[in-house]
Structure formats: C-alpha cells, structure tokens
Ligand binder design. Structure first.
Ligand code: UDX
Length: 445
C-alpha cells in the first residue's frame, strides 16, 4: 500500500518560512503558508516573492500554479496538515537578548487551532531559539492551549535551518546536515520520513539529539563562522603592519590545512546580515544569564565592531580630512546578491563619514531602495558605479558585487577628482592599481 505524503503548514512567511514552503512544494509536498500579513499572503497567491532570493520566484510561481503551495491568514488551516513548522522571527531586545514574543504568540495560536483537530499533530520549531525554548516555552504553551500532551497526541521537535541569504534555495535543497532535536519517537520518525521523501536519492546526514542540543547547534554554527571572519580580519589587521604581506596568501595557505578549511577566510569590512550579530548577542546573553561569560564571542563581536573604523582610518590616511570631501561608496548590501542592508558595514561607514562632514554618493545594484528607507536624502544615490565615481575625492569599495569587480583602474582615474581608493573587500588587483592611491584590507604597505 502506498503511504500518503504528509501535508505541512508553515507559520511565518518571512525569509526562512517562504524558502522552506517553496522548496517543500517544489518536491511535491503540499504546503500551506500562514502569516498575519494579508498583503504578504496575497503576494504569495500571485506567485510573487516579497523578498529577494535567487530561484525563489520561479519555485513559488510553479508551486502556486501546481496548487502545491497556498497561503492563508487563517491559522485553523493547520488542522488540515500533519506537521506545522514554526518559522517566526526571533529578534533581539535592546540588551541583545532574544525576544521570544512571536514564538509565544504563534505557539498559543497553534495550540488553540490544534484543540479543534482530531488525531496526532507534530510541531517543528525551525526558528532560531536559545536552548530550552522548545521544551521550556513552546511546549507548555502548546500543551495548555491544545489540551494535548507531547508524546501522546502531540509531537514536538527542534529542527534548525542553516540557510544563507542569496543561496537559501540551494542550501535548502542541498544541506550538509539535518539536525533534529527529538522529544518523542513518533514526531521524529514523521519528520525523518518527510525529509526522506524530500531528499529522495541524495539524503543528507540526519543527526538526532536533544531539542536543547539542536537549538545550540544553530548558535554554535553561526558563532563559529562569525569567529572565523573576525579571526581572518585580525590577521588582516596585523598583515597591514608588515610590508609585503597579503592576508589573501595567508588565508590560502592556512585554508589548505583540512583542520581549518578554506571557507569564511575572506578578510573584509566585517560581517553583517540578519544573523551573525543577532545570534552572537543572544548566545552571549544566554551564557551570562547562566553564569558564564563567553569571552571568545565578545572578542568576535569587538573585532567586527572595530572593522568599519579601520576603513575610515584608511580613507583618512589618504584624504587628511573628510570635511566637504565627496566619497563614493561602492556597494551597500551586507554581501553580494542580496538587497539586505541589515548590520551592513557600509551603513556604519556612511554614518561616521557623514558625521565628519563628508558628502556621500552611493551605488548598489540592489540595495538602494532599502538604503533610501533608512538614510533618505542624507546621501546621494547613483544609478551606475561610474556616476558614483564622478568627481569623487575617494572611493570606498564595500560589497563584492560582480558589477564592481569589473571596474578597471582606468575607470577610477577617468571619473574621480583624485584616484584615492579604499578596497575594503580586496576585490581589485593591487598591481593594476599601483598608479592610484590604493589601500586594501590586509595588504602591508
Ligand atoms: C549566515 C549563515 O551562513 C547561515 O548558515 C545562517 O543560517 C544565517 O547566517 P548570511 O547572514 O546570509 O548567513 O550570510 P553569510 O554568507 O554567512 O555571510 C555573513 C557575513 O559574513 C557577510 O557580511 C559576509 O560578507 C561576511 N563574510 C563571509 C566575510 O566577511 N568573509 C567571509 O569569508 C565570509
């Protein structure tokens, strides 16, 4: 007898929820996306993605057309599904600790909806939550409001995601691992079965552990990557003191050691984005609340906070003063292939430069609308890199976009008032730029 494929519902049509729903549907798993924002749901019905993510639009359109994905603001729709994934946001409070208010309200609404359902139902916590949240916060709310018990007629697992912006669909389709924090055998085997159907012939390793361990895996993963970035930025800062040293060569050499590995060793303006800073702060706060100060992660954050200041120092060494100087900022997004400027080093650099009297013209192929919302007319915006460079006293390269990589030394010479270039991402060849006043992160002069 052929077994029925499970139906899934996903609560929270933000970045993770949308990518999860679209990829499930792309593999034939019927998915219902739930969100309180009617406009977002309408967009999904039109097969339009409210966020920028390569391939998401295509997957969403096909899934909606094939009726494998639909959206609703009505949470009672989860009763028509077998598993509910919780993918609501977990923002930071002002002290850096995690704000679980969306997790709490979503858990309550899920529980109330499940009160009306017959039969077993599994809830899967995919949101990034500090250890103990699944069992200590979600579980009691769910059990109370649904009048169900975990292990009897309610399943509950923690199942963190590791999607990176710009490659989220690829990451969801080809993960290096699936981590399941199990509470009860039934929900775990239900989730494993779902992932077996999803990944078919290419099964990623599935690691089962306690919900608390699974929750910590997510933080440990991000803390390690962020620490790797701050580590190489520290080596870059030392390299700058030594004539003839290039941190790129150091990274290449140490990356050959399989114990270190080559990835996340690109020196630059410091990490940005919605996860690293937020998750490190949550982890530091969690440690402190439990009587342990994680000094290593404090240092990771400190190095990262200092990195924009080092870019300013480089520009200052070229210009002397910023008053009334025109500076071209090349790239605003926190990394290439996204329109996201959350925690972007570019914004920190712009803030300091404008405070010191500089006039900014910024170029970015995608992130200008988001930057306009934040900075409005505090800076000028250019439609091409060349327009940003026109008449500039200094150019600061902030994001490694392919469009910006293509710029040649002669473009800077042709358009700028004075060809002073700070390459925070190290994307240009110093030999080609030797006739310009060129300084890059991690090059000893
Ligand atoms: C990250 C994690 O990679 C992902 O697994 C998690 O689920 C969410 O957080 P994301 O924030 O999208 O993903 O971006 P990522 O590609 O990891 O880059 C983070 C920041 O580090 C970017 O600002 C990037 O430019 C910077 N970075 C990355 C470096 O400066 N050097 C590197 O070598 C790698």
């Amino acid at each position: 007898m052929k077994t029925r494929t499970a139906r899934v519902s996903i609560i929270g049509m933000g970045y993770v929820g949308l990518c999860t729903a679209a990829t499930f549907a792309s593999r034939g798993i019927r998915s219902t996306g739930i969100d309180i924002d009617q406009e977002r749901i309408d967009q999904i019905h039109r097969g339009k993605t409210p966020i920028h993510e390569p391939d998401l639009d295509r997957l969403l359109k096909t899934a909606v057309k094939k009726k494998l994905l639909d959206g609703s603001t009505d949470i009672s729709r989860i009763t028509k599904t077998d598993l509910t994934f919780l993918t609501v946001g977990t923002p930071s409070r002002s002290d850096g600790s995690i704000d679980l208010s969306f997790i709490k309200s979503a858990s309550e609404n899920i529980g109330k909806a499940l009160y009306e359902k017959q039969g077993f139902h599994t809830v899967v916590v995919k949101s990034t939550v500090v250890p103990g949240t699944t069992n200590g916060t979600v579980r009691p709310i769910l059990e109370k409001t649904s009048e169900r018990s975990v292990g009897v007629n309610l399943g509950l697992c923690a199942n963190p995601e590791f999607l990176a912006e710009g490659t989220a669909i690829h990451d969801a389709l080809h993960p290096d691992k699936i981590v399941i924090g199990s509470n009860d055998k039934k929900s775990t085997s239900q989730l494993i079965k779902l992932y077996r159907q999803f990944y078919r012939t290419k099964q990623p390793p599935i690691l089962e552990m306690s919900p608390e361990s699974a929750e910590l895996v997510k933080y440990a993963n991000n803390a390690f990557l962020a620490t790797k970035v701050s580590f190489i930025n520290t080596i870059a800062n030392i390299s700058e003191k030594i004539p003839g040293v290039d941190v790129g060569r150091i990274a290449e050499a140490i990356g050959k050691d399989i114990r270190i590995g080559p990835l996340f060793l690109k020196a630059g303006p410091g990490y940005g984005g919605s996860c690293f800073h937020k998750d490190l702060q949550a982890l530091i706060n969690y440690g402190k609340e439990h009587g342990y100060n994680p000094q290593l992660f404090q240092a990771t954050e400190q190095v990262n906070n200092d990195q924009p200041g080092r870019i300013i120092e480089k520009a200052e060494s070229l210009l002397g003063t910023f008053t009334d100087k025109r500076i071209a900022i090349l790239g605003l997004a926190f990394k290439k292939d996204t329109d996201d400027i959350r925690e972007a080093a570019s914004i920190k650099v712009i803030d300091r430069l404008t405070d010191r009297g500089a006039k900014i013209t910024a170029y970015d192929p995608m992130a200008i609308p988001a930057t306009k919302k934040l900075l409005a007319d505090r800076i000028e915006y250019a439609e091409t890199p060349q327009t940003a460079l026109k008449g500039a006293d200094c150019a600061i390269m902030m994001t490694e976009w392919e469009q910006l990589r293509k710029l040649k030394a002669k473009d800077f010479q042709a358009y700028m008032k004075s060809p002073f270039v700070v390459d925070a991402r190290r994307i240009y060849d110093p030999d080609e730029f030797k006739d310009l006043n060129y300084i890059a992160t991690g090059f000893g002069k």
